[in-house]
Every structure is written in C-alpha cells, then in structure tokens.
Design a protein around this ligand. Structure first.
Ligand SMILES: C[S@@+](CC[C@H](N)C(=O)[O-])C[C@H]1O[C@@H](n2cnc3c(N)ncnc32)[C@H](O)[C@@H]1O
Length: 286
C-alpha cells in the first residue's frame, strides 16, 4: 500500500493509525478504515458535514488551466520557499502536507524542487485526492475535512501548504513541527478583477491577506514574510471560462454572468495573490 501511516491518526479517537493489512488501516481502539481502490483513505470524523469539496467539473477546469502554466509563477514562488526550509533535526526527508490539495498541481511542482520529500495530499473531495495522486503517485492521499480536528499526528509536518483552500489555524499549528513553515496563498483584491468587473466572479474583499495573518496569529503563527505576486495572463474566452469555473464562484454560477466573447478576443487578466509564510511561534498552543 502506498499509504505512509506515520502521518495519520484516527479521526474518531485520535490514536495513531497503522496498517492492519494491505487494504485496511486501524487504531488501537478498534476503528477500521478501508483503502479505496485508488489507494487513498477517507478519514472523516463522526457526523462530518455533508460538504463535498470541489466537483469533477471544477477540478477539470483547474487542471486544464494549471497544466497550461497559467499559475506557474505562483508555483515557482512556493517551491522557492519550500526548498529553503531547513530539514528537521533528525535529517529525515522534508515532509510536506498539501491541505486542500485540489488537483495536486502545486505539490507536483514542489516534488521537482525538493527531491526526496514525502507528501501528504489532503482534500475533502475524493475526486481531488484521486487526481492529485495521479500527479504524485508516491504520496499518501487522504480525504478529510479541514474544518474538523485533522486525522494527522502532532508535529509530523515540516511544510504545510494551503493554496486557495480553507484554513484551520489551531489544527495547522498542532500538526506542524516546531520551526516548520505554513505557506498560505490567498487572492488579492485585484485578482481576476477584469472578470469580476463583468460580473462573472464573486468579489475578493480587500485586506484578505492581513485578515488571514491576524487569524493565524491567534492560532500561534508568526508571519515571516508576505510576497505579492502579480502579472497579466493573456486569455481567450475559453481560458476565461476556466478561470471562472475552477474557483469558488463556480458554486454560485447561477447568480453570476457567464463569460462571453470569442477565442479571438484576447484580454489580459490580472493574476494577483499574496504568498504568506508563517512559522509556529514559541507560544503556539500545539
Ligand atoms: C480553490 S480549490 C484550491 C485547490 C488547490 N490548492 C489549488 O490551488 O489548485 C479549494 C480546495 O479545497 C477543498 N476543500 C473545500 N472545502 C474543504 C474542506 N472542508 N476540507 C478539505 N478540503 C476542502 C476543495 O475540494 C478544493 O480542492
């Protein structure tokens, strides 16, 4: 089995999970979890909400756009941060957890920048975990809910990656090792503003990065750096549809204007995000 259980704890009782046999994980209290035929495991707590994460259409849109290199500068900036994180005191390979991994695009880029690193690919959407494991077959894939206590052991993550995904500061602080890094990417107010102006996307409230830094500060994180990444992406109508279809606005498509225009109609669209790097501060609750 390709699951590395040293990442994992039971979502019910929080005891460590171990392999019971080739297809089943279990904890000392007798809770059991089957591996899917694709090699990932679903570790949802009792009474998990029915949210499903991104659907196949959103994932397909994101995959087409990302594989075409539209967000390559963001991936490169993340890879630079991860490559500079010092190894743990044990000298073991870097352990990177992609929390809200989507298609796995950013982790696949990191795997090239940090050879030998071990990856945990985690998302609420089983389709996302399956797709990201295709991008990174040696990784451990887990379906989980980022809003709940995570089925990840204390202090086993060297680098936590959270790109355009929900954040659970208290749990991120618990799973990160001391001196580890939390890398967060959030959209800036200008992000895709040409599409917002035409009513095709939801607004990004201004000051999002500052609010995220404040919230994570309350969970024991210290902001080490903030980098703004901004560039113009030349888009045809098909690319603009992918941009609209891959993000949270896709959940509200009925109340938003469709993207119009032909593929000869090239428009520069602003990509503007903030890349925040946090360390666990000494007074972290974890
Ligand atoms: C906008 S996408 C970003 C995906 C990826 N990080 C990227 O940038 O390509 C947000 C991701 O968070 C996942 N997600 C949403 N709610 C979640 C939850 N409660 N727990 C875990 N993942 C969740 C979605 O399924 C989706 O893959």
């Amino acid at each position: 089995m390709s699951i590395d259980t040293t990442w994992l704890r039971c979502p019910n009782c929080f005891l460590p999970l171990e392999a019971v046999d080739a297809r089943v994980l279990g904890c000392g209290a007798g809770h059991r979890f089957d591996l899917s035929k694709h090699g990932f495991v679903t570790l949802l707590p009792p009474k998990a909400p029915t949210t499903k994460g991104d659907d196949r259409g959103m994932l397909a849109a994101r995959s087409s756009l990302l594989d075409g290199g539209a967000y390559a500068p963001i991936a490169a900036a993340i890879a630079d941060v991860a490559a500079a994180v010092p190894p743990s005191a044990s000298g073991a390979p870097l352990r990177i957890a992609d929390l809200g991994c989507g298609t796995g695009y950013y982790s696949a880029t990191l795997a090239r920048a940090v050879p030998g690193a071990a990856f945990l690919l985690a998302d609420r959407s089983p389709d996302a975990v399956r797709m990201s494991l295709r991008a990174l077959p040696g990784a451990t894939g887990v379906v989980l809910d980022l809003w709940r206590p995570l089925p990840i052991r204390d202090g086993v993550v060297d680098v936590a990656l959270n790109v355009f995904a929900p954040r659970n500061g208290v749990e991120f602080a618990r799973v990160l090792r001391p001196n580890g890094r939390l890398v967060v990417v959030v959209p800036a107010a200008e992000h895709l503003h040409e599409l917002r102006r035409s009513g095709a996307l939801l607004d990004v409230p201004p000051g999002k990065a500052d609010r995220v830094a404040e919230q994570l500060g309350e969970s024991g994180f210290e902001l080490k750096s903030k980098t703004s990444i901004e560039y113009a992406l030349e888009t045809d109508a098909a690319t603009r549809s992918l941009l609209a279809g891959m993000g949270p606005s896709a959940h509200h498509a009925a109340s938003l204007s469709p993207v119009t225009g032909s593929n000869d109609d090239l428009i520069g669209v602003t990509i503007a995000v903030d890349l925040l790097v946090f360390a666990r501060s000494p007074w972290s609750p974890a």
